[in-house]
Ligand binder design. Structure first.
Ligand SMILES: Nc1ncnc2c1ncn2[C@@H]1O[C@H](COP(=O)(O)OP(=O)(O)O)[C@@H](O)[C@H]1O
Ligand SMILES: [Mg+2]
Length: 255
């Protein structure tokens, strides 16, 4: 089985990259073949896994613009999964794509040659709803939405769900919402609990059972260029992302 998942939210700092890295690491640990693609010019996934986003190395930019095949941009790392790195060049892709025909399908077309090689392909999106994110949603089978349990969470979700509907209507009728992941959850914080309850009231069927707690080990791991599994396999961040990976592995029988 293979599945392409976009990890998306137009909000920054909600845990997209942390989720992409650690989910990739946990799935790789479960002996799945995993590719993580960095679609953010800030290249947090690239650096977060200990790879230098050297300018001049085209990475995902070349693949998005149809200049390079995606195979040429794939690098492996010590965590046991492959990545396609990003760098600042990617910031220009948005403008350059404007003149490209089938611009929404660039990533999908590019991925077609490697899709079958991987069990899971994770697309780490930039905090926006731009053409690069549309490319991710057109290439994907489903979307994971990480959401912080804070005041504007619901409002952001409604906007994102409407973008998913637009992509379904125009480009990718098979696109699904994989689920909504509560991140950086703080049990001591009353607002965290209230927003989580609101999410349950509105989106119960789409919410993952796993909730990712706020855990400083997750932030430390990225700053050391490692997944949390490599950095501290006994912390609550590892346990949570392991449980989350378990929920996705359960989907393998349905796909
Ligand atoms: N569960 C968590 N607990 C503590 N810090 C976290 C957690 N998830 C992410 N972070 C930190 O919060 C910041 C934003 O997370 P990140 O994954 O980069 O978000 P995004 O990709 O959505 O912008 C980063 O510094 C990251 O290390
Ligand atoms: Mg990010």
């Amino acid at each position: 089985m293979n599945s392409v998942i976009a990890v998306a939210s137009q909000k920054g700092g909600v845990g997209k990259t942390t989720t992409a890295i650690n989910l990739a690491a946990m799935l790789a640990r479960a002996k799945r073949k995993v590719l993580a693609i960095d679609l953010d010019p800030q290249a947090n996934l690239t650096t977060g896994i200990g790879i230098d986003p050297i300018d001049g190395q085209r990475g995902v930019y070349g693949a998005l613009l149809g200049l390079d095949s995606i195979e040429d941009a794939i690098v492996s790392n010590e965590e046991g999964f492959d990545i396609v790195p990003a760098n600042r060049d990617l910031a220009g892709a948005q403008v350059e794509l404007i003149t490209v025909s089938r611009r929404e399908f660039q990533l999908r077309d590019s991925l077609s040659s490697v899709r079958k090689e991987y069990n899971w392909i994770l697309l780490d999106c930039p905090p926006s709803l731009n053409i690069v994110v549309i490319n991710a949603m057109v290439a994907a089978d489903s979307v994971i939405i990480p959401t912080q349990c804070e005041f504007f969470a619901l409002q952001g979700l409604v906007e994102l769900l409407s973008t998913i509907k637009t992509v379904q209507r125009n480009f990718n009728p098979d696109l699904k919402l994989n689920g909504i992941l509560r991140t950086m959850y703080d049990t001591r914080n009353k607002l965290s609990r209230e927003v989580s309850d609101q999410l349950k009231a509105h989106f119960d069927a789409q919410l993952y059972r796993t909730i990712i707690p706020r855990n400083v080990r997750l932030a430390e791991a990225s700053s050391h260029g490692k997944s949390v599994l490599e950095y501290d396999k006994n912390c609550i961040g590892t346990t949570a992302y392991m449980a989350f990976a378990g929920e996705l592995l359960n989907q393998e029988s349905d796909i």
